[in-house]
Structure formats: C-alpha cells, structure tokens
Design a protein around this ligand. Structure first.
Ligand code: SF4
Length: 432
C-alpha cells in the first residue's frame, strides 16, 4: 500500500497529521503562499516544510482537519484533481526562461504536464513517490533521480530519460509532455504489483519501458500524421549521440542571479527547509508575483527590480534565509526527529539549527560555485537516516546518550557534548 502522504490522505505523525501539498514545477503564486501560510497557522502547527522535491508539508494537523484542508486547497487552485493529489510530483529547472542559461523555457511544459496528468484517470494510480522532471538543458534537475524526465537539447529536441538513464529517444519539444505521460503510463502497465513505486525497480531496469513508449508515440503519430506529434517518426524517435545524464546537483542556486530582462532573481537556501510563519510573511511581502520552490530546500524570488534588490535581500537574510553561496550553513539537513517521529532519540532539528547558524551580512553575492569540496551534513534521529542525501555526506546520528559523527561510514566522534558534535561535523565536512 502506498503510504506516501498527500493533502487528502495525510500521515499520522507523533506531532499530528502531516499533509504533503504538491507544487508542480515549484511554482507558487504569492496569493497561494499567503493562503498556505494562513492554513498552516489555522489547521496545523504554523510551520511549513520544504521537501526535497520542491513540495510543501504542513504538520500538526488535528484529526480530521485534512477534510477542511483539502477543500480549501481546492478552492485556492492548489488541488486541481483529488484523485491525482499524490501524482503531481514535477521538478523543473527553477530559473528556466529567466537567466538565459538553459536552451528551452520549460515553464509552459510544466503547466501542460500538470493539466494533462490531471485529465488522465489512469495516471491517478501513479505512486506518491513517482517523479517527473523537466530540465531546460542546464542539467540541474535531470540528475535528481526522477522516474521520467526530459533534458532539453540545443537542436530543439529533448532527450527522454528513464530512471536517470538515456532512453535513446529524442522528441521535438512539442512532444515532450506526450513522451513523459506515455512513459508513466507504460510504467503503470508494466509494474508487477502496486508495491513497485519507482521506474528503477522494474525487473529489467528502466529501459524496459522503451519499446512501449516508442509504440505509444508512433501510434499517436499514426492516428493523425499532422496531429500533436507531427513530423516524421524516424526523424524524432531516432537516436543520435547519447547524452550524458548530469550528476545530481547537491546544492542548487544561491545568491543574486541576473535575468536576461534586466531584473534579478534572488535565490535563497532555507535552513532545514523550515518556512516559519515569519519567513512566509517576508517572502510574500518581497515577492513580485510568485515564489519558486526548489528541490534543494530553497526558494527563488524572480523578477525583482534592481533598485529593490538590496532591501529584499536584507529582509530575506533578516528572516534567516541564506543568500551567501559561501555560507557554512548551506548543505545542512535533518530528518524529522522529535517530536514528530516516534523512533527519534533527539530533537535533531533543534540541535542541527545551532549548527546551521545564521547568515552574516546583508549584501547579495552573485551566485557562483565558491566551494566545491564541502560535504553535506545530515542529522538523523536514529540509524535509519531518513532524508539523507545520496552520495558522500557527513552523518550526525543520534544514539542513546548523544550523537555519533561519521564520515565515509567511519566514526570520527561520539559523545553528548553538542559543541563537540558540531565541531566534529564541521571538521569532517571540510577535510578531504
Ligand atoms: S531517521 Fe529515525 S528519527 Fe529520523 S525520521 Fe527517520 S525514523 Fe524518525
């Protein structure tokens, strides 16, 4: 049984109901943010959490509060289809169409994907963990372990990726969403049972889907040669050079990013992904029209007029958001811990917050890669290490009587002194 929470069926945690609200492409209007801030305060514990898929979670819901929550989300346009509540997991390059880096503006494709997904009853059966991604060619979300993804190519086509691997299929941009949906449908029809949640779990691997996807696309074309796919199948389904799927980007954009229209995007990391009421209020006050949520537990405020940039940055850093790409607080994550998880041995988020600290200064540095060697640090309330980022990381794991700090699986500290724990983690993440 798929226990992944949604906004209709919530997870019962130790601190109350947990609702996960899907935000396709991470695009949240300012009005939606204001509405969610109010709902979190009224129905939950006031806090909103950013997830690693650019979605949002409300916690501390009273029993039954999800009924009112889902009704009000629907009224605000945040739940366009109840049956598809958990199926709308869509990542997209957050800066697409704004900073001139990618080769395709994927924003219209996000809207098309969400609309067509919600219009297909069969796709309501997608597991809550199934993930779509639309990468505009810069390689930022193609490596985020999506089940099905398109990576824009410089020749007006997209490469279809399945389970993070190049399928060999190339599609014109206008067929990108059709390719994604055909892949999702093929997965549902091929999976052995409902406990298979990810494309990577298919017995013969993700590329098992290629013949089905190809057949679905050709059939779509054959029905109407001038129809939505258009063109010659040999020209677009045919391969071409293999694309190398980018590695997972562990950090995402942070800092001031110049847009091609002369305006500025402010990209901020949200410590531990915690959007408190005051942070939400600041974001809503500073946002021009929308706030973009990123899979790196960050936010992007696009379209800021240059004269307003410094004041906006001051307000964001004043709320504890991180705008400095060199901040040592970047890359610190934590599981739920106490009081939300019954297995937790410590309030890891409180303990990790001290390690995360606060950003200094108010100037907005340009976004750049200033530190390619600092490892992420993940705090866990028990040995399960939920939410740990994939790949090399420093682990801070609660155990009876304190914490253990591990690097590459080797313990470098064990004890109850929080100051020493933090110092050991800081040392371990920066030493190679
Ligand atoms: S790592 Fe342990 S304490 Fe943390 S959320 Fe998972 S089960 Fe709970």
């Amino acid at each position: 049984m798929d226990r992944c929470p949604g906004s209709v069926e919530v997870h019962r945690a130790e601190d109350g109901g947990l609702a996960r609200i899907r935000v396709p492409g991470g695009v949240l209007t300012r009005d939606s943010l204001v509405a969610l801030t109010g709902l979190a305060a009224e129905l939950g514990n006031g806090r909103i959490e950013l997830t690693a898929r650019g979605n949002l979670q409300l916690r501390g819901l009273a029993p039954g509060a999800e009924v009112e929550l889902s009704a009000r989300l629907a009224a605000h346009g945040l739940l366009p289809s109840v049956p598809h509540d958990r199926a709308r997991n869509v990542l997209a390059s957050p800066l697409s169409g704004r900073d001139g880096v990618g080769v395709l503006d994927v924003r219209p494709l996000v809207a098309e994907l969400d609309r067509r997904l919600c219009a297909d009853p069969e796709l309501a059966a997608l597991p809550g963990r199934f993930l779509f991604a639309l990468d505009d060619g810069r390689g930022d979300v193609a490596g985020q372990r999506a089940d099905v993804a398109v990576l824009a190519l410089p020749d007006q086509r997209v490469a279809l990726l399945l389970g993070g691997r190049d399928s060999g299929l190339r599609l014109p941009v206008r067929a990108a969403v059709t390719g994604l949906l055909a892949s999702a449908t093929a997965f549902l029809r091929r999976r052995a049972d409902e406990r298979m949640w990810r494309v990577a779990e298919l017995p013969d691997g993700p590329l098992e889907l290629v013949p089905d996807v190809r057949a679905a696309l050709v059939a779509g074309l054959g029905g109407d040669a001038a129809g939505p796919l258009g063109g010659d199948p040999a020209g677009w389904l045919g391969g071409g050079p293999a694309v190398s799927v980018p590695d997972r980007d562990p950090r995402g954009p942070v800092g001031r990013i110049e847009q091609t229209d002369g305006r500025v995007a402010l990209a901020a990391s949200v410590p531990l992904g915690e959007l408190t009421q005051s942070r939400c209020q600041v974001l809503a006050a500073v946002a021009e029209r929308e706030v973009l949520l990123t899979p790196w537990r960050g936010v992007v405020l696009p379209d800021v007029a240059p004269p307003a940039t410094e004041l906006a940055a001051r307000r964001l850093t004043g709320a504890g958001l991180l705008l400095d790409p060199a901040s040592p607080s970047l890359g610190v994550s934590a599981c739920t811990g106490r009081p939300g998880c019954a297995k937790a041995l410590a309030d890891v988020r409180a303990d990790a917050s001290g390690a995360a600290g606060r950003a200094a200064g108010t100037a907005v540095p340009p976004a750049e890669d200033v530190d390619g060697v600092r490892l992420p640090v993940h705090w866990s309330g028990c040995a399960r290490r939920c939410g740990r980022p994939a790949g090399p990381a420093v682990d801070v794991v609660a155990e009876v009587g304190g914490y253990q700090v591990l690097r590459d699986g080797e313990a470098v500290y064990a004890g109850a002194d929080l100051g020493a724990v933090r110092a050991a983690a800081a040392q371990a993440r920066s030493s190679r």
